[in-house]
Design a protein around this ligand. Structure first.
Ligand SMILES: [Fe+2]
Length: 369
């Protein structure tokens, strides 16, 4: 379909929007496909009532029971599952097992805590704010040096890939050289220091756990080569793509791609400096995707009453965007100061029943001003 317009429109998206009007982007394929901009007299999320279940949702994951030390399923469909994992500091290293996930690839985003991960490929060190990427079926064992919490993304649809950088060049967004790779010799040294001898592994397949037992340490690799291995990406090593002149779509913040969903990272960046540019996210319908946002750290100024550890779900079917107060608060700011992880899924998310008790029931009213 060729480009077409009616009425009064601005020539550059997200810039020079008619005074007292609001721009709303309607995009297919996560803003890569056909896209249009509507200029409206009032933002679409000003709804007074919603009857039915299709609503923007907000959950406070800090309200998960503090005693729980397990995987809490949050959202799921046939292609991706999202969990919250809370673990206490490791006390008895003799009880540590290996874990092999035969369901799919895992990304553990560390929200709190620190520690080490033993893998078949070598040692990784994790800490707050890093993505730990463990490909399907690769054995790993955590040693938690502090109580730790993770936002976990499980891909059932295929392995995670880097985003295409296109004309940005190969080293934009994050440089592969900067990834933390597993260190085999350091792991062998730590095995001796800790007298670690792990002889059991749990294998997760189709939701069931099977335990395999051995009479010697399962971490016995003496060498390896190849391009399949676990690694860590520090969210602080992400170099956000931006334009000082016009707001760019969230797709520029893509960190990992899976066949049916994407993972994006929002990190601090300067705000646009042109006087006629939009400085807060534009109202939009991401028509083909359900959007999940996990708020990790910082000042989430585009939304009211947000705290670290909350998670929003904006299913496709309605537009969303900044809260009314953001238009005022942005005037005092020159940069964003927030870290958040987004999962955009092509297929609708189902909600685990346990989420209901953590839901902020009036979130859908929060655009009413
Ligand atoms: Fe969105």
């Amino acid at each position: 379909m060729h480009h077409y317009s009616q009425g009064k429109v601005h020539s550059q998206a997200h810039k020079g929007i008619k005074e007292d009007c609001y721009e709303e982007e309607q995009g297919r394929d996560g803003f890569y496909g056909p896209v249009s901009h509507l200029v409206k007299k009032a933002p679409s999320p000003r709804w007074k009532n919603i009857t039915g279940s299709l609503k923007p949702r907000m959950y406070n994951l800090n309200q998960l029971p503090q005693s729980s030390s397990s995987w809490q399923k949050l959202l799921y469909n046939a292609f991706v599952e999202i969990y919250y994992l809370r673990q206490k500091k490791s006390q008895n290293l003799k009880t540590i097992k290996g874990f092999r996930n035969a369901n799919g690839d895992l990304i553990y985003f560390c929200h709190k805590g620190k520690g080490e991960i033993f893998t078949e490929y070598g040692l990784l060190s994790f800490y707050k704010g890093c993505y730990i990427v463990i490909p399907k079926c690769l054995v790993h064992s955590f040693i938690f040096q502090e109580d730790s919490e993770f936002f976990v993304i499980e891909s059932l649809s295929g392995y995670f890939k880097e985003p295409e950088r296109g004309m940005l060049g190969k080293h934009a967004v994050y440089d592969i050289q900067g990834l933390q790779k597993p260190n085999l010799s350091l792991q062998q040294q730590r095995q001796k220091e800790l007298s670690l001898n792990i002889r059991e592994m749990d294998v997760k397949k189709a939701g069931e756990i099977t335990t395999f037992s051995y009479d010697s340490d399962i971490y016995d690799v003496v060498g390896w080569k190849g391009n399949l291995f676990p690694f860590i990406l520090d969210i602080k090593n992400i170099m956000p793509v931006m334009s000082h002149r016009a707001h760019l779509p969230p797709s520029v913040h893509t960190t990992f791609l899976a066949p049916e969903f994407v993972v994006c990272s929002f990190v601090p960046r300067p705000l646009e400096s042109d006087s006629d540019s939009l400085k807060i996210p534009f109202y939009h319908q991401n028509i083909d995707y359900d959007e999940v946002l996990f708020y990790h750290a910082g000042d989430f100024f585009s939304r009211d009453n947000l705290e670290s550890g909350m998670m929003s779900l904006h299913p496709c079917g309605f537009p969303h965007g900044p809260h009314p107060k953001a238009f005022q608060s942005v005037k005092e700011k020159t940069k964003t100061d927030e870290y958040a992880v987004m999962v955009d899924s092509r297929h609708p998310f189902k909600t685990d029943e346990n989420l209901s008790s953590m839901e902020l029931k009036d979130y859908w009213k929060s655009w009413q001003g």
